[in-house]
Design a protein. Structure first.
Length: 85
């Protein structure tokens, strides 16, 4: 028996400039669908890409967002000044 999985990639930034807050749609989409949020990344400094841990939304947005931001703080984007703070 084969299984099929659906992956939706949504970047947390909604614009091309720095925003102090992320949009929350990706979080509530995952929460409503009862699926994990997979943390994909491109680290320009290390020239690597990958998929990090899965974050299972608990309904406590602030706590879950803190976990996600902690992960991304270890990655360097192409424009670091526009990234996670």
């Amino acid at each position: 028996m084969s299984t099929t999985s659906l992956v939706i990639l949504i970047t947390p930034e909604g614009t091309r400039s720095y925003q102090p807050r992320w949009r929350k749609g990706y979080y509530f989409a995952a929460l409503g669908a009862h699926v994990p949020i997979r943390l994909g990344y491109l680290d320009y400094a290390k020239k690597e890409a990958g998929i990090g841990e899965a974050v299972y939304p608990t309904g406590d947005y602030e706590a879950d967002e803190a976990k996600i931001k902690a992960f991304y703080r270890t990655k360097t984007g192409r424009f670091p000044e526009k990234g996670v703070r």
